[in-house]
Write a protein that binds this ligand. Structure first.
Ligand code: CDP
Length: 315
């Protein structure tokens, strides 16, 4: 969102985006669970040109000990972008943006991990962005929830995250790099599909209430498609441990369980239990946003002031 008034053409007259997608189309997604030998759980995810690797360790003892909570465990996510993940070398080490993304990711994951089952411990989630092309916080969070499930951490559900926005005056699902840079608005969002809880909601740029509502609906609908891919990755992963039938030899299982949408074609509608009705979820989100962001008279609410501030010096 570097230049909200950019005249860069991101959508053709036919409604086609720079990478050939329609406005309501996700980038290709590939999810693989259990890719690291030494981590307790892991996930590799490709989302468009994003490449993200997540390793999970724990539950294990908290250090420093004063951070221990006698009533529940904690989830500590660390988001890191590799120096080679973007075209201009990124200075290694945490910057304000990484600290912010680590924080919102930890908070989103704590909403689904049943932390009361392992007090005094920590679950550490290392998110390494190997290649970055917009939407990496969402890709990292989506992959992290799969890695947690792969580690056998008790959870109430997975988390699906994605970011949609506004480009050349049109609402678009799952923004790509140029769209993120030159578009008018970007709404990173994460949902717990089983319960409809929203565990991450940010906004960069400006949208009308109606546009915001439509984007939420788009995100909720697309999240169901990503959720299906996450579940398939875990099913493949655990099917490697399936007991052989009596008298039947254990078939050699591939170590890697690749689940891919992979193809640049549009996703098909998933065959999964329907999430809560979109309008109900969206109404709840709007109520919560209105309740928490009272606008001063004559002033538009800025739901993402911290994000703007954090991003300012980093990109
Ligand atoms: O990645 P995400 O959209 O969650 O976060 P962002 O702060 O909106 O960054 C958008 C994109 O800008 C990233 O995905 C990277 O491709 C790029 N970026 C970069 O080139 N250098 C940085 N230091 C940070 C981000």
């Amino acid at each position: 969102m570097s230049d909200p008034h950019s005249d860069v053409q991101l959508v053709s007259d036919e409604g086609m985006r720079l990478d050939g997608r329609a406005l309501d189309e996700l980038r290709p997604i590939r999810i693989e669970a259990g890719v690291l030998e030494r981590a307790d759980g892991s996930c590799y995810l490709e989302w468009g040109s994003n490449k993200v690797l997540v390793g999970v360790y724990g539950p294990r003892e908290v250090h420093p000990k004063h951070m221990q909570n006698p009533l529940k465990g904690i989830v500590q996510a660390r988001y890191n972008m590799a120096a080679f993940s973007v075209s201009e070398r990124k200075r290694p080490g945490p910057d304000r943006r990484a600290v912010e993304i680590s924080k919102i990711t930890s908070e989103a994951l704590e909403c689904v991990v049943l932390t009361d089952q392992f007090p005094r411990t920590t679950v550490d989630v290392y998110i390494e962005v190997l290649e970055a092309s917009a939407g990496t916080r969402c890709a990292g969070l989506t992959a992290a929830s799969v890695a947690l499930a792969d580690a056998g951490i008790p959870m109430k559900d997975l988390v699906v995250a994605l970011a949609s926005g506004k480009i050349n005056g049109k609402l678009a699902l799952d923004l790509g790099k140029a769209e993120d840079n030159f578009g008018e608005a970007d709404v990173p969002f994460a949902i717990v599909p089983r319960t409809g809880e929203v565990v991450l909601l940010q906004m960069d740029g400006h949208l009308t209430k109606e546009e915001f509502e439509t984007i939420l609906e788009m995100n909720v609908r697309a999240a169901a498609q990503v959720y299906e891919l996450q579940k398939q990755a875990l099913v493949k992963r655990y099917s490697a441990y399936a007991e052989p039938a009596p008298g039947e030899e254990q078939a050699a299982q591939p170590v890697q369980a690749v689940v891919a949408s992979g193809s640049p074609e549009r996703f098909h509608e998933p065959k999964i239990a329907a999430p809560p009705p979109t309008d109900v979820v969206v109404d709840e989100i709007l109520e919560a946003v209105e309740a928490t962001t009272p606008a001063a008279p004559g002033e538009e609410p800025d739901v993402n002031a911290d994000e703007d501030e954090a991003e300012g010096g980093d990109i």
